[in-house]
Write a protein that binds this ligand. Sequence first.
Ligand code: FES
Length: 113
Amino acid sequence: MSADWVSVCGVDAIEPGMAGTVPVDGADEIAIFHTSGGAFYALVNKCPHKGGPLSQGIVHGDSVSCPLHNWRISLLSGQALGEDKGCTPTIPLKIEAGQVWLDRAAILARAGA
Ligand code: FES
């Protein structure tokens, strides 16, 4: 488990039931989801179907509906739910001191560094 975390925003920056995005140089941006239950998750902001921006989907429970063709993606695993197949990479996230932190190594791996 990595001990190298980077703070990306305050927990108040993303309303419950909403999502925000974090740009990554040289790679797909990361979507941060805040569920109405108070949990936070980070996934690459790209649907496993045809790359739709998951951050613009509707969050319900611990999943999000892609805004393009309505696939449901688990926020815990990144897996497409139901009959659909595919997986979006997840990024390790923690909440500490009122901030959202992402695993720096996972971000760098996305950027190919
Ligand atoms: S691109 Fe997400 S459901 Fe098609």
